[in-house]
Design a protein around this ligand. Structure first.
Ligand code: SF4
Length: 734
């Protein structure tokens, strides 16, 4: 039963899931020792609203499966076999909380999370001293033998800004390596690359709430209702108030239900579509000549490229009706204020950087940057992917996107940190996996990342993780990746620590501690500091606040921010006058952040995806998220309400394709690619186009990334999660 509100303690914090970063209050029953309920707070970015994850998805923190003691591997032979076999046959775990039976879904096998009963006997409990000494000794020995190339660290976009800052500082100063990255590489790395090149900043140029000032908004490659639910409520509200919504996506996501114009393009044809739209905008004379002349460079080359993409050609490549392409060009070109929001349907392609370059050009040729209701907004995924990137958890950037291979930056940080730094860019997430297989990286520190489910082509990831000489994993659960660890360090959940988090809008907010950590689990920043000391670094931070105070002078975008002036709603950086201002909504009103202060227009030619369908693998696989689940499911699948609503993996397929293949809704299908196969339930859905199927990647027992391809975008180094060729066949009612 829920206790009366006045008997509960209210703790103001921020939702731990998506990049919207909704402000919320947990009402805590200290007597019973748990959260009774959550409520949205009135911050500009959510105005009291929460989606199902924020409202109900917090009980994972009290799961009996929390790690509470350091673990050391005792069985070198474990794990063995591919994930598909290990999980589909061995997922027998049934309890996700005291007295909670799982597995009620139709046709669902029980469990699907890491099989603890099977995994735990391969580890023994250890003291912190023993575990940290072992980690320092092993990583130190690999560094002594192989140098900085032998070590890599993956942090996480779920880390606070302070934790991300300390983690990258540790890898860079203890091991003199820039091999430090995180899941931004799997998310918006290509968008950031294009934005840096085009406008000189990887962050959004305006907020999602600014849609209220737009008369046209393009939302593309984003199933926002599932992935950024509260932001999508702003989109729907804007349409009710008169904003024209253009939705562009291969899937008819629920945003399509609220759009004025919906373009269901073929997967992987974005560049052709946007070139076709720009061709028509130019032909209609709807470009902003004054803006192009005074604020941009390279328009002539862009115009020459898009001249080769008349709408008729764009229509043939994309499958979109030519009149619809012309209509969007007219609507966009005539908009007084137009804004573009995009998601991973744009970024997670081998052409992800080109896709984003086109969106930048779309805004610039029509003068739609730097004013209210205009601009560029890649909807960031995790709650702190913006902040973790800002804090330098990237192999080619120090904090605040200062280039790691520039002497000026290196000297700045060498002076700040008191040690010599590596002058070369480091390896990205995907490059580290390749390097392990090539015998380069031998030791890894993984903080909160779960590449064994989140990376593409995970049989290759398994091979790589198995080949490491030493792997330390720091997490709150024994994740799929932790199964490969030599040492597992029990960390704190989001609810058990203080820290700052930066949302997709650039809003820096304070997350506040609700509970003490369970057992011997410790805050991530404390663990990183203890390890740093064992590796010979003189670190003596006493709190996250002290770390923040070190970061801010090194990060010009965060200038003027303090724990004390962030207040209840946080601030949108950059902030000139924190005492009297919420921060800056619209960037680039007078100049861009590039060296010449101009936006650089970069033309792109359309290229087909790397692995096209053929007779053997005739369908295109698209992967992504569900509303109720989050990434590799380690949190949401341990949240009773969320896992009860969405308990199983499903492959969504168009009714006509299902009928042709003899697939029945709710029964099983076998989906295979050149890299592996999985068996999961069928969901027949009009939201998929013919020839395409969709599988969420949250489910270990039907891991979508067994199928995906590890081809990457050459600039952003992001994998092609949105396109690979698969076959699908009935697998009966198992
Ligand atoms: Fe949390 Fe995102 Fe939902 Fe807001 S929209 S409650 S930040 S998951």
């Amino acid at each position: 039963p829920i206790q009366p509100r006045e008997t509960l303690e209210a703790v103001d914090t921020v939702c731990p899931y998506c990049g919207v970063g909704c402000a919320l209050t947990y009402y805590v029953d200290r007597e019973r020792g748990g959260i009774s309920f959550a409520e949205g707070r009135d911050q500009p970015g959510n105005q009291g609203r929460l989606c199902v994850k924020g409202r109900y998805g917090w009980d994972y923190a009290s799961s009996p499966q929390r790690l509470t003691r350091p673990l050391i591997r005792i069985d070198a032979a474990y794990p063995k076999g591919p994930l598909s076999a290990a999980t589909q046959e061995n997922s027998t775990q049934e309890l996700d909380g005291p007295g909670r039976k799982r597995g009620a879904g139709k046709g669902r096998k029980p469990g699907g999370l890491v099989p603890y009963e099977e995994v735990m006997p391969h580890f023994r409990e250890a003291t912190w001293e023993e575990a940290l000494d072992l980690v320092a000794r092993k990583l130190g020995a690999i560094y002594a033998e192989s140098g900085s190339d032998g070590i890599a660290g993956f942090g996480s976009a779920k880390c606070s800004n302070e934790e991300a800052y300390l983690f990258q500082k540790l890898i860079r100063t203890a091991f003199h390596s820039n091999n430090v990255d995180h899941c931004t590489r799997l998310c918006h790395a290509s968008s950031v690359a294009a934005l840096f090149e085009g406008v000189g900043s990887g962050a959004v140029s305006t907020t999602y709430g600014d849609i209220e000032n737009a008369d046209v908004a393009i939302i593309t490659g984003s199933n926002a209702t599932a992935n950024h639910p509260v932001a999508s409520s702003f989109f729907k509200q804007a349409r009710r108030n008169g904003t024209t919504i253009v939705y562009i996506d291969p899937r008819a996501g629920t945003v399509a239900d609220h759009a004025d114009l919906f373009l269901q393009l073929k997967p992987g044809t974005d560049v052709a579509l946007y070139n076709g739209i720009m061709h028509e905008v130019i032909r209609l004379g709807l470009i902003d000549r004054e803006f192009l002349t005074s604020r941009t460079s390279n328009y002539d080359e862009l115009a020459r490229t898009v001249a080769e993409y008349p709408p008729e050609l764009a229509a043939r490549i994309t499958g979109v009706d030519v009149e619809l392409i012309r209509e969007v060009a007219r609507v966009w070109g005539e908009a007084k204020a137009g804004v573009i929001y995009w998601g991973m349907g744009i970024s997670q392609h081998t052409t992800g950087t080109d896709n984003a370059r086109c969106l930048i050009a779309m805004c610039c040729i029509t003068g739609n940057v730097g004013r209210p209701g205009t601009g560029l907004h890649p909807l960031r995924g995790q709650n702190n992917v913006q902040g973790a990137s800002d804090a330098g958890l990237i192999p080619m950037f120090y904090p605040n996107y200062q280039r790691a291979n520039e002497t000026r930056t290196r000297v700045l940080f060498e002076n700040a940190w008191g040690t010599e730094l590596n002058p070369e860019n480091g390896l990205t997430v995907t490059e580290v996996i390749r390097s392990i297989l090539d015998g380069g990286v031998r030791g890894m520190y993984m903080l909160g990342e779960n590449p064994f489910l989140s990376d593409p082509n995970i049989n290759k990831v398994r091979k790589a993780l198995s080949q490491l000489d030493f792997l330390v994993v720091q997490d709150i659960f024994l994740t799929e990746t932790a199964e490969f660890a030599d040492v597992v360090l029990p960390a704190t959940s989001y609810l058990e620590k203080d820290g700052t988090y930066t949302n997709t809008d650039r809003r820096v907010q304070l997350g506040r501690k609700v509970f003490d950590p369970p057992g011997d689990a410790r805050a991530d920043w404390e663990i990183v500091q203890d390890l740093a000391q064992r590796l010979g670094l003189d670190w003596n931070y006493s709190s996250p606040r002290e770390v923040f105070e070190e970061m801010v002078p090194l990060m010009p975008d965060y200038a003027n921010l303090t724990y004390d002036n962030l207040g209840a709603s946080g601030k949108l950086y950059p902030v000139e006058d924190p005492e009297h201002s919420d921060g800056t909504v619209v960037l680039f009103d007078e100049r861009f952040n590039t060296a010449d202060e101009l936006a650089h227009l970069v033309p792109a030619e359309w290229l087909p995806a790397k692995e096209l369908p053929n007779e053997q693998f005739p369908f295109v696989l698209n992967t992504g998220r569900l509303l109720q689940h989050w990434h590799t499911g380690s949190m949401t699948r341990r949240s009773f309400a969320l896992d009860t609503i969405a308990p199983r993996a499903e492959v969504s397929i168009h009714p006509a394709d299902a009928a042709e293949l003899g697939l029945v809704d709710g029964e099983f299908a076998r989906v295979s690619s050149r890299r592996g196969e999985i068996v999961l339930n069928v969901k027949i859905s009009h939201r998929e186009a013919r020839g395409n199927v969709f599988i969420p990647f949250h489910f270990r027992e039907a891991a979508a990334n067994l199928l995906t391809i590890d081809e990457i975008d050459p600039t952003g180094k992001i994998p092609e999660f949105k396109f690979c060729a698969v076959a699908i066949a009935p697998a009966g009612d198992r």
